[in-house]
Design a protein around this ligand. Structure first.
Ligand code: SGN
Ligand code: CA
Length: 516
């Protein structure tokens, strides 16, 4: 029997469109596509997902995408780090195929990507915001990108004409540019694909002038694992360098600075970009926090708790700006009528630790960073309020966008079209396991050892190959992954099965034996 995937690949665009027609009859046949992607936006920081922050810091605009569309409950990445994640989305290929394994790589822009294929199918394509792939974008009629990680205040943007400073706060500016292009610059005669790529809420979490005092009196609930001691976990969990306790800097990370720090590189970079007025407002907003901290009254666990509150407050302030700006995009689509025929994806390059296991950052295959938020709206196709449990990965976006556009899906792309899921069909042959590989290693920032592994609906097997250490978790019994069961004989059979599944996936995805 042909699976839906091979069917699409063998019969191509015409058949894909024919299969889609019943649901698409109200929608124009080539929908516009908008992919809004944030940087390091934790699934736990979107209220549509529930979670401990949902009540104290809701994200009503982002939630609206799920309310009027779908929420993916089991959405994952293949390699939990920025550039690689973006390269996977663009190419529909795992890192070992697209060549972009870690943040130090340079994206080969001559390769096949979904924006290029959409251009060939008649789309106009545009990109705004974070890019972080080191080579110039290809496959876009128009692009305005942030250099590297991008700055929050009065950031530079790079265009085909060169690099230029823009006045304003980055999340607002990225949205301004996207809306300007929609309203005034694009070719109205063509469908469009637009990528809106925010650098928020990336470290060092600098809130906008508008939100500098948001959540000032909020006490954020702590994660259950804030004081994890990593008992039963391997070398990697013990040796990482990403704890709130030790790694998080009093300086820019926590907005704690004294006059004598004035000339330090980290503050110079930030303050030099601010106007005098912005800086005065900033200092005023952080005065009370600084007085509290420098009084020295917090030590030990109390200090970790204090730092956690500071961290989450600023992180959620950055998210508040993202949420406002998602609202602006949704409103614009509605007033212009474009909402009727536009598929919107909202995701991040991966999820993020908000104090779980005592950490911030990502990289590990543990749940908080293996996941990424994914919400989608497509009026007339996705039933409002859908919740989708099937395991999807960022690997699937390219194929999905191409299939939605009715464009041919190249046979070498490794993702699976999510169209059946979007249409609410039960896809019985959907994947039951996912493959993951993180390549940066312990010498890179945050010192996370290289590893690969497999996650099924219930279990997770991880292999830290430079350490020759395995970890195995029963996610049903132990959702926070606190008990490594690799040496528990009761799980011997399941571990054996997981190893076979891992091997099967490595063959399916053509992972070279010596891939590292
Ligand atoms: C910077 C950050 C790290 C972060 C990496 C990668 N440090 O080095 O915390 O993990 O980027 O992030 S910072 O002090 O410069 O903020 S990624 O999003 O590009 O993958
Ligand atoms: Ca990132």
């Amino acid at each position: 029997m042909l699976t839906r995937r091979t069917f699409l690949k063998q019969t191509g665009a015409a058949a894909a469109m024919a299969a889609l027609l019943p649901r698409l009859c109200h929608a124009q046949q080539m929908p516009n596509i908008i992919w809004i992607c944030c940087d390091d936006h934790a699934q736990n920081a979107i209220s549509a997902y529930g979670g401990r922050l949902a009540e104290v810091a809701p994200t009503p605009n982002i939630d609206r995408i799920a309310r009027e569309g779908a929420l993916f409950r089991s959405s994952f990445v293949t390699n939990s780090i920025c550039g690689p994640s973006r390269a996977v989305v663009l190419t529909g290929l795992f890192s070992h195929k697209n060549g972009y394994k870690d943040n130090r790589s340079r994206f080969d822009g001559s390769q096949q990507t979904f924006p290029k294929l959409l251009q060939q199918a008649g789309y106009e394509t545009a990109l705004f915001g974070k890019w972080h792939l080191h080579s110039d974008p290809t496959g876009f009629h128009h692009w305005e990108i942030l250099p590297g990680q991008g700055d929050y205040y009065n950031p530079d943007f790079i265009t085909k004409e060169g690099q230029k400073r823009n006045e304003g706060y980055v999340t607002d500016l990225v949205t301004d540019k996207a809306l300007h292009w929609l309203e005034h610059e694009r070719d109205n005669g063509k469908p469009f694909m637009m990528m809106v790529q925010h650098n928020a809420p990336h470290r060092e979490w600098l809130p906008s002038p508008k939100h500098l005092r948001t959540y000032e009196d909020t006490v954020f609930p702590e994660p259950e694992t804030l004081f994890d001691d990593y008992a039963t976990r391997g070398t990697a969990a013990h040796k990482q360098d990403m704890t709130i306790e030790k790694t998080m800097r009093p300086g820019a990370d926590l907005k704690l600075f004294r006059k004598e720090d004035e000339g330090s590189a980290e503050w110079k970079d930030i303050f030099e970009r601010m106007t005098a007025e912005q800086r005065a407002d900033w200092e005023d907003a952080y005065r009370a926090r600084n007085e509290e901290y420098w009084s020295g009254k917090y030590q030990g666990k109390e200090l970790v708790r204090f730092k956690y509150q500071c961290y989450i407050r600023d992180y959620m302030r950055c998210v508040a700006s993202v949420d406002d700006n998602v609202g602006r995009v949704l409103d614009y689509l509605e007033t212009s009528g474009l909402d009727k025929n536009t598929l919107i994806f909202y995701s991040s390059d991966q999820s993020f630790y908000l104090g779980e296991h005592g950490w911030f950052d990502k990289r590990f295959m543990y749940e908080e960073s293996l996941r990424t938020p994914l919400l989608a709206r497509w009026r007339g196709v996705i039933k409002p309020g859908s919740e989708i449990d099937a395991m999807v990965q960022n690997l699937d976006y390219a194929v999905t966008f191409l299939a939605a556009a009715g464009a041919a899906v190249p046979a070498n792309m490794q993702g699976t079209s999510m169209l059946p899921l979007l249409r609410g069909e039960t896809a019985d042959d959907w994947r039951k396991s996912i493959y993951y590989h993180y390549y940066e290693g312990e010498k890179a920032v945050h010192a996370v050892y290289k590893h690969y592994g497999v996650r099924t609906e219930r279990y997770k097997l991880m292999y830290f190959y430079t350490l020759d250490e395995w970890e195995f978790y029963d996610l049903q019994e132990d959702p926070h992954e606190l008990r490594n069961e690799y040496n528990n004989p009761d799980y011997a059979e399941e571990i054996q099965k997981a190893k076979q599944e891992l091997e099967r996936l490595r063959q399916l995805y053509e992972v070279p034996e010596d891939d590292e």
